[in-house]
Design a protein around this ligand. Structure first.
Ligand SMILES: [Zn+2]
Length: 127
């Protein structure tokens, strides 16, 4: 088994598939540890930047699972590109749900999503 296959098998062993209506292909939800202070997979995700991304150990280094998966699929991530999640799950590592974009594009998209979420929240009557 080559290294790439071995890494992908390690990831798939801890992934749970969940249908994603928006994208049509399932989310690959990482069940292992996630980024954020002391945050484990079974706890509610924390909000904020840098929180909630899948983390794994590779050669003693802690790495982001979605980036590892992207590199396994595409070979490399172009310099200065960030992986934007097209689905709402930060711990999803389906390469089809990840879009390599510039930092600026990523920031603009994040701001647009936050504005949209706020608008939806204001439209929805409290339960
Ligand atoms: Zn997804």
């Amino acid at each position: 088994m080559n290294r790439r296959t071995e890494i992908m098998r390690r990831i798939f062993a801890r992934v749970r598939l969940e249908p994603c209506e928006a994208l049509g292909t399932p989310c690959w939800l990482w069940q292992g540890p996630r980024s954020g202070s002391g945050y484990k997979g079974h706890e509610a995700p924390k909000k904020g930047r840098g929180h909630g991304y899948g983390r794994m150990s590779l050669d003693g280094q802690t790495v982001a699972v979605h980036i590892v998966m992207w590199v396994c699929e595409h070979g490399y991530l172009p310099g200065k590109k960030q992986l934007d999640h097209l689905c709402p799950n930060r711990h999803c590592c389906n390469p089809a749900h990840l879009d390599p974009v510039s930092h600026l594009t990523n920031q603009k998209r994040r701001a647009a999503r936050q504005a949209q979420a706020l608008a939806v929240a204001q439209l929805s009557p409290p339960a």
